[in-house]
Design a protein around this ligand. Structure first.
Ligand SMILES: N[C@@H](CCC(=O)N[C@@H](CS)C(=O)NCC(=O)O)C(=O)O
Length: 191
C-alpha cells in the first residue's frame, strides 16, 4: 500500500517532506487538504497540523519526525553528513529552520508579532533587523561552494530550501539581493 501524505502547497513543513520523498525516490499518494478544514487530518492523526504521513500502520505528524522515520525506514543515509559533528549540526539546522526561520519569515511577510497582532513602525523595524541577522548567519553558513554541511545535499539543505522556496512563491521579494551566497546556494539546490 502506497504511503499517503496529507499536506498543502503553501506549507513549508510539507514542502520539506515532499522534497525529501522526491529526492529519496519514494512514491506516495498525495492528499491535498484545504487549510481551513482540518477534519480529515484530525481523523487520521488525532491532531490538526500538516504534514502527516501514513505508511501502513504508522501515522506520523511533524515534519522532523517524518524525516527521521523516512531515513530510518527507507535508508536515507546519503542525505546525512558522514561526519558525526556535521550530522549533529544538520539536525540542529533542521530544527532551527522549523522553530526560528519559518515563524520569523512568516511574521515578516505579514508584519505581525508572535500572536498575529499588527506591528507598529518600531516593531516592523525590529522584525526587519531580526530577519537581517538570520540572513547574515545563513550567508556565513553557505559561504562555501558546496552545501550547508557537506559537499552534497543533506536534510539540512532540503529543510532550508523548502522554507526559502515558499518565500519565493509567495513573497514578491524572495531572497533579498544583498545575500549573494544564499542566492547562489539556492540556485545550486534548484538545479
Ligand atoms: N512542527 C510542525 C509544524 C507544522 C505546522 O505548523 N503546519 C502548519 C501548516 S504550515 C499547520 O498545519 N498549522 C495549523 C495549526 O497550527 O493549527 C512540523 O514540523 O510539521
Amino acid at each position: 500500500m502506497a504511503m499517503k501524505l496529507y499536506h498543502f502547497e503553501a506549507c513549508p513543513y510539507c514542502e520539506k517532506v515532499r522534497s525529501t520523498l522526491k529526492r529519496m525516490d519514494l512514491r506516495y499518494e498525495s492528499v491535498e487538504i484545504d487549510p481551513s478544514d482540518r477534519a480529515l487530518v484530525k481523523a487520521v492523526s488525532g491532531q490538526e497540523k500538516v504534514p502527516v504521513l501514513a505508511d501502513g500502520d504508522a501515522v506520523i505528524h511533524d515534519s522532523t519526525r517524518i524525516l527521521r522515520y523516512l531515513v530510518r525506514t527507507y535508508g536515507g543515509g546519503r542525505f546525512l553528513p558522514d561526519e558525526a559533528h556535521s550530522r549533529g549540526l544538520m539536525w540542529i539546522l533542521e530544527e532551527y529552520v522549523d522553530e526560528v526561520l519559518i515563524p520569523l519569515l512568516h511574521r515578516t511577510g505579514r508584519n505581525v508579532d508572535e500572536n498575529g497582532k499588527a506591528l507598529d513602525e518600531a516593531g516592523r523595524a525590529a522584525l526587519k533587523a531580526e530577519a537581517a541577522h538570520q540572513y547574515e548567519s545563513l550567508e556565513q553558513l553557505l559561504s562555501s561552494d558546496g552545501f550547508a554541511l557537506a559537499n552534497r545535499v543533506t536534510l539540512g539543505d532540503i529543510a532550508l530550501y523548502a522554507c526559502l522556496s515558499r518565500l519565493e512563491l509567495y513573497s514578491p521579494r524572495g531572497i533579498p539581493s544583498d545575500y549573494p551566497r544564499i542566492r547562489a546556494w539556492y540556485t545550486r539546490m534548484k538545479a
